[in-house]
Design a protein around this ligand. Sequence first.
Ligand SMILES: [Zn+2]
Length: 229
Amino acid sequence: MRQIKTFSDSRLDTQCAYCGEFPDTRDHVPSKILLEKPFPENLPVVPSCLRCNNGFSLDEEYFACLIECLIFGTTDLEKLSRESIVKILKRKSKLKTRLDNAFTTENGESFFKIESDRIENVILKLAYGHVKFENSARQYDKPEHIGFVPIESLSEEEQNSFFEITELQKSPEIGSRAMQNLYITQDGTPIDNWITVQEGIYQYSVTPTIGNLKVRILIWNYLACEVVW
Ligand SMILES: [Zn+2]
């Protein structure tokens, strides 16, 4: 992936990206479970304490498996695509059962009962990690807003706004429409301030806004996530 910043400032290593405690380890953001092999070189890495490094694994596993099941609209292992996810679900029967039970059909329409708190936990972890990596400092406060939605459920306008650097509108010196359009290609593909970790699989953007900060993440071209402080 394109490296934006080297990770060279040793002061960054004194705090866990997620909880602020002393970091014993380093953690990939995003974690590999959200990516596909072969993994990109130079994956972003942040300092992390051991507790946080291990503490999110179960939720991340759930999150990655859920996304795969949502994309294919089923928990049928035969119909899923990602081998790594199928492997996990074969090995972890409790998780498989949990997802099976969450998949319901009503009036001929299928839907998943998702565990929002676990999803938010993972999205927040990812956002903390991206902020730490991009901005060096951790965002300590609780976010004002954590949102996630399938990108396809957004209108064209909403999708454009998701990819756009809308915050810059607030800034008079760089607020022109033309300036913002520089950041978006004709088909709305995010470029420039969006960082592609793996094409079509994981993209994110950390945008400072006036008085706050916004992290946007697009996972598997499916789940659009946003965290605002
Ligand atoms: Zn920690």
